[in-house]
Ligand binder design. Sequence first.
Ligand code: XMP
Length: 516
Amino acid sequence: MIFYLCDMEKILIFDFGSQYTQLIARRVRELNVYCEIHPFHKIPMIDETVKGIILSGSPFSVRDENSPKPDLTLFRKKLPLLGICYGAQYLAQSNGGEVLPSKIREYGRANLTYVESSHPLMKNIPLKSQVWMSHGDTIKKLPENTKIIASTKDVEIAGYEFVGEKTYAIQFHPEVYHSTDGLQILKNFIVDTCNCKQNWTPNSFVESTVENLKAQLGNDKVVLGLSGGVDSTVAAVLLNKAIGTNLYCIFVDNGLLRKNEFENVLEQYKHLGLNVKGVNAKDKFYNSLDGLSDPEQKRKAIGKTFIEVFDEESNRISDVKWLAQGTIYPDVIESVSATGGPSSTIKSHHNVGGLPDYMKLKIVEPLRLLFKDEVRRVGKTLGLNDNLLGRHPFPGPGLAIRILGDITSEKVQILQEVDYIFIEGLKKSNLYDKVWQAGAILLPIQSVGVMGDERTYERVVALRAVESTDGMTADWCHLPYEFLAKISNEIINKVKGVNRVVYDISSKPPATIEWE
Ligand code: XMP
């Protein structure tokens, strides 16, 4: 694993499996301080770049036999420590305090009824400040040599400190937006107590990453598969800054992109000064999909064909040594299993669908330290336009998973026209940026209609628009009726072969965003 900024000052977050752990990291980064998440049972070597440690919450109870119990004596009193929720309970219980089940599970908003405003962690935190609680256990008795620094009506020990050391603990979640002064609490800890310099900025990232890439890659050639998405584009622009024409970008037209997408995006890439080759492989993809209607089989065929095309193209570049990928931080964080004790699963991610071993390329991933919102900020610093940075996510298999059943070039063309009207309509009505992802689906049914005096028997399309933050859950967008009416009318009038439009009002879960 390569950490380009291992010499960057940082906060470490020890993860006990909380659903909010990534949110803690994003809040710390918002304060322009670099941080890393590590599973509690795989704590790395601590060097002088580590300025403080945060202990996360957890789905476990400290009273469970198999709950996380790392040895904190290595860090206590040497580094500032902040325990959140489970972290606070673990600090209490492992030092002679007592943690018991709460009479009721405390979940939701609460207000601070006591704040020790002179305490460093509580600087600028007003009385009655709203905090977010999410816990089934509560600290009943504190260890010796501790002092309460915050309380709520129901939770007397909402915050405490170990007197004479920089070890603090809070029962509520400062990382959650509902904790209205949560960011201030994190700032008090990270900036004032840990003395972090707040120099993790998009500019500093670009500068140091470009230097590191230069040192790492020297005169080697690198190949990168562009997808039209934000991550691969930002990765390419960074690499281009570091190694210029030694970066060979490949952008494949699989015949399943949006209308005019291939030409438009290729043009934008060229404007960015990238050494990019557009490869028209439509026929190859259509041939590989011939006769397939099962979604997983379609995905596999597309993945396999992509590898063949990419392999063929990279073989044309003599002596290429590296494969660049747009992998980002959430793809590489080892997640702590909430059900299986200290077991962990590593999520793997391959922008190019996983390349065969025989390609023998070393992997370079310039964005593996960044969250998605940071990739966008870096992209902005690199001069990418909002049009490119604000694009909706688009699945790798493209329109193939939005044409239910088998694929033909005629169906692709119909769907491209429908999708184009929908997406352009969203843009014209200033709705595009309010929607996380939108697209159209071609259904495998026909329905009766009437046009003029004629009965028609034509295709049905569905429109889908969702709000989401990461695609894991999603709500259907309540687009204005007038907008939907206008788009439906335009589609039926302009796209030959379609006589009915429906709007998908399912949320995820239980539905998924894509229909296949
Ligand atoms: P679902 O349909 O699982 O989609 O709710 C969640 C997000 O993932 C995208 N998606 C894919 N992206 N290859 C991709 O690169 C795929 O096979 C794939 N399937 C779904 C989807 O567009 C949404 O953003």
